[in-house]
Design a protein around this ligand. Sequence first.
Ligand code: HEM
Length: 371
Amino acid sequence: NESQPFYGIHQPGIVTPRPAAGLVAAFDVLARDRGELERLLKILTERAAFLMKGGEVPQIDPKFPPLDSGILGPVIPPDNLTVTVGVGASLFDDRYGLKEYKPKQLQRMKRFPNDALQKDLCHGDLVIQFCSNTPDTNIHALRDILKNTPDLLVMRWKQEGTVPVMPPHSPKAKESARNFLGFRDGSANPDSSNDELMKQIVWVQKGRGEPEWAENGSYMAVRIIRNFVERWDRTPLQEQEAIFGRRKDSGAPFDGKTEADVPDYAADPEGKVTPLDSHIRLANPRDATAHQHLILRRPFNYSNGVTKSGQLDMGLLFIAFQADLEKGFITVQNRLNGEPLEEYIKPVGGGYFYVLPGVKDEQDYYARALL
Ligand code: HEM
């Protein structure tokens, strides 16, 4: 029942090891002016700090609604919860006079060729990512925030997801969790415990031409990607493996033995070993400029029920962080456009957000330097 640190120059929930349960909720902001926006961000700071630390809920006069939903009991366990707050491009329209402070690359997510975006699953003025050991803890935190911001936030959409997490002492702890297509997901992810690497790939640093307030934040790309699992389960194994460019059992590349092995594309220019149109080769051709396009993926698997046509509504709650949205997610997704995997996936929602810099101490609050 661990507690993750809330205060710091970066927000938690990005390089924090991914726990078993994730929830992304996007909101419209109702604040009528900049003062009210500031009030919202102060409330969010106060609630996130409390929820991540946990503790006893004060009991009040039973003539009033209790302060807490009670779904975790009278004492809130921290349960590894992280709360991560980001803002969408729409927050920087004329409403709050913040136009000139918009992070340079923050934009409304545009449709990619294979997308079937549903309006009610896209975009938002504000996003909150909750991650913890259990879905209940995430829902509890979301309900707490909704209860405390009724006049300031209205929810647009939410998506929950889970991933199998091995106990740290297990021999399997180092293996990447599998997604709902049965493949290990995360094998080639950059190492999020490497601070220097994260400065290059994830955190917005000075000298990138971003507004000063935005320093130490990050761009977040969220995509709700449906998987056609019934069709996938009737696809031959060799075809599945060719689509990704990795072995299904071990997660190894075709010219390697283990998941951690790095494919050698220079030795395979025609794609006889790893197909040129495989997911991993398109996503990262490992050429001279590859380092500029690295992203940190932190996805969850989702399972929502049954579609109107009687199919499982499940897929990937894809979440990626990067210091450069254009060179990161947008470039990688453009390279993936037309990939053979598209026959089995359909992006239906999501958005682009800017994760605010961290809250440094108890005097600080989200976006203080912006407001
Ligand atoms: C790698 C699955 C969507 C970017 C992989 C791997 C799998 C996978 C199994 C190989 C193991 C690994 O390195 O993690 C999926 C599935 C998706 C999906 C099932 C959709 C349902 C995306 C999207 C992007 C993306 C939308 C970004 C636009 C990457 C990258 C790699 C990767 C950058 C690592 C390539 C490398 O460095 O070798 N994905 N992915 N994926 N994927 Fe995806």
